[in-house]
Ligand binder design. Sequence first.
Ligand code: GRG
Length: 324
Amino acid sequence: MQGRMLQRPAESDPAAHAARESVDIAAAIADVRQFIDPLLEEAVNGLCHAPERLRESIRYALLAPGKRLRPALALWASDACGGDRQAAAAGAMAVEMIHAYSLVHDDLPAMDDDDLRRGRPTCHRAFDEATAILCGDALQPLAFETLVRHLPPDTAGRACGILAAAAGAEALVGGQAEDLAAEQATAETDAANASPESQLARLEQIHRCKTGALFLACLRLGGLTAGASAEQFQALETYGEAFGLAFQIADDLLDAEGTEETVGKRVGKDAARGKLTFPSLVGIDASRSRAYALAAEAEHACQIFGTRGKPLATLANWIVHRNH
Ligand code: GRG
């Protein structure tokens, strides 16, 4: 495990020690960034026959100062199962590539129309709209090529299947389409006529597709490359599902309560658009309680991994308490 553990005094009961041991999550994430960013940079540099402006837009989008949560999840899922870091790296890179593309396209004028992302001008602002579209288009095949290039054929085939399912029309892209449709419906007030229960069910489904599916893919890819047992794989999936929803509720809360300086993107836009969010449907307190309960569920799923699951368990709590 690469995450640095906080030093604790020697303990006679190893189980009690393990239970109290915690991970310095900021340091552990910094370790992930130090490990994965040079690999991402190498992948971009490898595009030596691509037009320079396109390649630089890819570098700009992929190496922007994001949190690298998805690579962290893939690497820590592998660590939890006793996997090898190098084997897990391809999955970690590929999910970050898909994530980066989705942010670039989401920020476009035809979608969220944002000027700020990861504390910097969005890709279409720093370059131009056509370049940003092509940048996202290029990041997608690069993700699959990364899996194929770095993994043995059988594992690569399964990894491509996991990632394609998470990124496709029944997950990430479908969730985005549903989200845009829900926004339209809210604007036209048909959504206001739906019951709160059905609105909440629809919102959860959007979150599961738009945000949760890629997080789940991180856990699955980490488990796959580590050769996880069926029981370990199941625990990773339980973790991934709870984590994804907890993350999105926390993100909704940040949009409702955070500041642009800390969050690194425009905030308050959900309310301004009358968008369906957890806080708008159930209020701030109930949203926060739900996020905490999901984080606890994710943490619980890590128990079978013992101390090797600590970074995952700590991250689940961190994402619901973060301010950025
Ligand atoms: C365009 C197909 C397509 C999909 C877009 C990712 C996405 C779907 C939209 C981005 C907007 C959004 C609020 C998505 C929810 C997921 C989310 C909060 C992504 C940001 O993830 P972080 O916080 O970002 O991990 P960093 O920048 O830290 O990597």
